[in-house]
Design a protein around this ligand. Sequence first.
Ligand SMILES: NC(=O)c1ccc[n+]([C@@H]2O[C@H](COP(=O)([O-])OP(=O)(O)OC[C@H]3O[C@@H](n4cnc5c(N)ncnc54)[C@H](OP(=O)(O)O)[C@@H]3O)[C@@H](O)[C@H]2O)c1
Length: 274
Amino acid sequence: MNNTLIIGAGNLGSNIAYGFIGVSDEKRPMQKVYIYDTNKKKEEQFEQYEKNIIFVKNLSLVLKKSKIIILAIKPKDFKDVCEKIKECINKDAIVLSVMAGIKISSLKKELPHNTKFVRLMTNLNIQVFQGITAIYANNKVKNVDKKRIETFWSALGEVYWLKSESKINDFTALIGSGPAYFIYFCECLVNIYKNFGLSKKDATLFVHKLMIGTAFLTDPYFSDIKYNQAIKKIASKGGTTEEALKILQKGQFASILNKSIKAAYEKAKSLDGK
Ligand SMILES: NC(=O)c1ccc[n+]([C@@H]2O[C@H](COP(=O)([O-])OP(=O)(O)OC[C@H]3O[C@@H](n4cnc5c(N)ncnc54)[C@H](OP(=O)(O)O)[C@@H]3O)[C@@H](O)[C@H]2O)c1
């Protein structure tokens, strides 16, 4: 009874599965992971990993043998999924929800009373082992299980334990949605580069290089560089960069970003019960 089952083979669920099989080492021997989705077409994407990622056909059978069940479905679908799994869920199972917004108290109402719950907020960067995962587990979850959960997720990037469940909403806005903020910024840059006459291919490559290079240059693991100091090295007084930054500041870029992240936070808070 040690299976791990992921329910929902979408953007996040499938990346969790790829991460799961990609992190084998001495501490984490290669394991099998089971994944279930109502959309049977999702099976195709796992064909080349058939020995390690098993697309579930008989859900109740796998449920009975699963210790860890990861709910990677959209918040709107959680009641349907709970209805489907509640009869067969193992009494020792721990349900890990990566869903935005849905509180443990809401999950509890739908599943047997002895089920243990952990909430996580992560992001798609786990696919390249650069994720950030915030985890909240209440005192019903044993330390040994917390350790096991941490061991897995820390192989996919940074792990940050939360003391209160409500903080998951902060991490949903900051971290879960986080990659999209960067990608949107890159998309804007690519379009501007194209307006300057670059091909889409070159523009995309150059923006990508800018992102990677800047990430390395400002990597807090390797130097204690401060962002404002790093900017000063580029934006010399009276120079071109300063001119560009003035426009960003005048246009209240920081305030717009702040507003948009707060909107994501408010949305996360409102998802429960919908
Ligand atoms: N994507 C991210 O970057 C991200 C980051 C952090 C957290 N999350 C959270 O992760 C969860 C999943 O997000 P996602 O982007 O991966 O969504 P998604 O791509 O829509 O994946 C959800 C999958 O679940 C399937 N599904 C729907 N109802 C089901 C059911 N009753 N039983 C089994 N499978 C069912 C969907 O099939 P259909 O397509 O046929 O509906 C879809 O394949 C969300 O709750 C979100 O809040 C996502």
